[in-house]
Design a protein around this ligand. Structure first.
Ligand SMILES: Cc1cc2nc3c(=O)[nH]c(=O)nc-3n(C[C@H](O)[C@H](O)[C@H](O)COP(=O)(O)OP(=O)(O)OC[C@H]3O[C@@H](n4cnc5c(N)ncnc54)[C@H](O)[C@@H]3O)c2cc1C
Length: 341
């Protein structure tokens, strides 16, 4: 009998697979490609909420863990870059400086950075340290291939009607396992065991552009982020839309993104692609992990919102430590904060 079946292989499933491997637990991943949040993600890890200047919740715990996690793959995945917010006025500059003087200076610098060539930033830019870009798509694809070779990955859509519960294990399509963890991202809306968790979708879109003149070694933000991907390619985005739940790029988002990109860049660029995905979000803006209140072998790992790359690695480890060694979960994230039956 297997120890675990994990359903879904975005950053949530990937983080669970790593935590299980670290504990020498046997598992099989069942995943399709119906959801694309991780594949669309910009790869951004940012310790600061740039609008308010405040540090991200529990950043000193999440960031070092995430960096160590991404460094553990064969693919070279993390590029550390400064993050610059472009100011629109002297008032914004002053507000930033007032905050920067009181906030953790490991992350938020008091330095005002002048515009780079090709960038429109007459009021200069702020500087955040410690963040960067993860080549998450490379890691997911690499790990998927590796797990397929080890016969630990089944590419298929999970059929919930085929799951049978027993007192000490579950059975699915010929597989027996002590536990099953659902990490389907926004696909959880089809999961009958967690219907009442009311995870909401928030569609995001990026433009991928080619920009030959810039050679940027930083992440820039006006309304949206400009993120270097290497080889003169950049992502610009991402939009937020709570009313559409398909993974198709839209002309509305393209127009919105182009409008703000044209304000940021004074150099020529070419749009080479546009990508979309649905962020799985929760009303209190925190992820959800833990065990079903009726079925003790059935667990959930979801609701990563707009910071899945930062949060999922550590939280997956906590969930597995809870299931294996009864270590406590974070109360703010525990599924117990919701009634789900
Ligand atoms: C456009 C965009 C940009 C973003 N940028 C960033 C960023 O820069 N940094 C950051 O930290 N976060 C970012 N996010 C948020 C981040 O992408 C999400 O928090 C995270 O990817 C969610 O991961 P997940 O594994 O829970 O879901 P997903 O990535 O959606 O993965 C779920 C997986 O489960 C599979 N699945 C679903 N249903 C089934 C089923 N029934 N059977 C089998 N498989 C199933 C799906 O096909 C998919 O493979 C962004 C999100 C979007 C949409």
């Amino acid at each position: 009998m297997l120890d675990y079946i994990v359903v879904g292989f975005g950053i949530s499933g990937l983080s669970l697979s790593k935590a299980l491997s670290n504990k020498n637990r046997s598992f099989i991943i069942v995943s399709d490609a119906s959801q694309k949040a991780t594949l669309a993600a910009g790869g951004l890890v940012n310790p600061v909420m740039l609008k308010t200047g405040k540090l991200v919740w529990n950043i000193n715990e999440f960031l070092p863990y995430a960096k160590q996690f991404y460094a553990s793959f064969e693919v070279n995945a993390f590029s550390e870059y400064p993050i610059h917010r472009i100011f629109n006025s002297v008032e914004e500059q002053n507000n930033h400086l007032a905050l920067a003087n009181v906030i953790n200076q490991e992350y938020v610098s008091t330095e005002l950075v002048s515009a780079y060539n090709g960038i429109h930033a007459p009021f200069k830019m702020s500087k955040v340290n410690g963040g960067g870009v993860i080549s998450i798509q490379k890691i997911v694809n690499h790990e998927m291939d590796r797990l397929k070779q080890l016969e630990q990955f089944v590419f298929s859509t999970f059929d919930y009607a085929k799951l049978n519960m027993h007192s000490d294990h579950v059975e699915y399509d010929g597989l027996k396992a002590k536990h099953i963890i659902f990490s389907e991202g926004f696909g959880i809306v089809n999961n009958p065991f967690f219907q009442k968790l009311s995870i909401q979708g928030n569609k995001g879109e990026y433009l991928i552009i080619q920009l030959k003149s810039l050679q940027l070694k930083a992440i820039l933000k006006n309304k949206y982020f400009l993120i270097p991907l290497g080889d003169d390619l950049y992502k610009y985005g991402a939009t937020y839309n709570r009313n559409e739940f398909d993974n198709q790029p839209s002309t509305v988002a393209r127009d919105e993104l182009q409008f703000h990109l044209n304000k940021m860049l004074t150099s020529e660029y070419t749009i080479v692609d546009q990508v979309a995905g649905i962020r799985p979000t929760v009303s209190d803006k925190k992820p959800i992990y833990g065990t079903h209140s009726k079925y003790k072998n059935v667990h959930v790992f979801n609701g990563m919102g707009s910071r899945g790359l930062l949060l999922a690695p550590l939280l997956a480890n906590e969930l597995i430590n809870q299931l294996e060694d009864q270590l406590p979960l974070k109360k703010e994230i525990d599924i117990k904060r919701f009634k789900h039956l």
